[in-house]
Design a protein around this ligand. Structure first.
Ligand SMILES: C[S@@+](CC[C@H](N)C(=O)[O-])C[C@H]1O[C@@H](n2cnc3c(N)ncnc32)[C@H](O)[C@@H]1O
Length: 271
């Protein structure tokens, strides 16, 4: 009998940079975004995947902690394409937390379907043309109908963050999140755009127009900066919402966030 070859995980090993608490803004948003589906209660032991957790297991450990606040039985699987990083993470396994070797195929035991796949600072190291196929592959693994893929990018310590939320039907929203005290202008978030958008921050593309309008709204809201950076952000976003499909409200804006419909920022298709 010949042994069946083990299929190679889909994707490439890339830099493993990570740091504790880096993804707190994204985790917070995810916990809120999943809450309605959790209330519907389709899944008694919901599962989330931290895809590409990197050279240390921190982001998976923290995702578990934060999701357990919204559902006490949440489980997290950290999936990483570099087997040495998986081996280094295994000692941190505990109730509800496992680490697996794999790639975009997301090889969960028993073909389990996660409610969330979070890929933070993973796709930025791929080519733009690889993003849509990766999204399609990952979304095909999600639990229906509530599953969510979150693909985002942030700086080293998570002060600036941009992520796209993708459902089984396709991309839904883009969220911009920042530590406001250190934000000079909203366009400072441009360098953290996910791969699907970063090369589109050029004149003629919607995301470029959005950041230009956001900077204008931020400049007009400057007097509110005397109260606080948060008040200035809220004011700027409120005015931006008159021109762009902002889909969240003041409760999120207070956190230094704003979420916009993907359809308004999606790259132009050139024929
Ligand atoms: C920059 S680290 C990000 C670590 C962590 N997610 C964070 O944001 O701090 C990217 C990690 O993704 C892994 N990776 C890249 N492509 C992958 C894939 N297709 N499947 C699983 N892991 C992948 C890399 O090996 C690397 O360890």
């Amino acid at each position: 009998m010949t042994a069946r070859p083990v299929p190679r995980p889909l994707g490439n090993v890339t830099r493993g940079t990570t740091s504790p608490n880096r993804l707190r803004r994204m985790d917070r948003w995810i916990a809120t975004a999943l809450a309605p589906a959790l209330r519907r209660g389709h899944s008694p032991r919901p599962l989330a995947v931290d895809l590409g957790f990197g050279a240390a297991p921190w982001t998976a450990v923290e995702l578990l902690q934060r999701l357990r606040k919204v559902h006490a039985d949440f489980r997290v699987a950290g999936v990483e394409i570099d087997p040495e990083r998986v081996a280094a993470a295994r000692p941190y396994e505990r109730d509800g937390l496992t680490f697996l070797h794999g790639g975009f195929e997301v090889p969960l035991p028993g073909g389990a379907r996660p409610m969330l796949i979070r890929a933070a600072n993973v796709l930025r190291q791929y080519e733009e043309a690889e993003v849509a196929p990766a999204w399609a592959r990952l979304c095909a693994r999600l639990a229906a109908p509530d599953g969510l893929l979150v693909d985002g990018t942030c700086d080293e310590i998570g002060r600036r963050h941009v992520w796209v939320a993708v459902g089984p039907e396709g991309p839904r929203t883009v969220t911009f999140a920042a530590r406001l005290a250190s934000l000079t202008a909203p366009s400072g978030l441009a360098e953290r755009l996910p791969k699907a958008l970063i090369h589109r921050n050029v004149p003629g593309e919607p995301v470029h127009a959005f950041l230009r309008d956001f900077d204008r709204a931020w400049a007009t809201a400057a007097p509110y900066g005397a109260l606080s950076a948060r008040q200035r952000w809220i004011r700027a976003v409120r005015s931006l919402a008159g021109e762009w499909p902002v889909v969240d409200g003041p409760q999120r804006w207070r956190q230094g966030e704003v979420t916009v419909a993907w359809s308004a920022l999606a790259p132009r298709v050139h024929s």
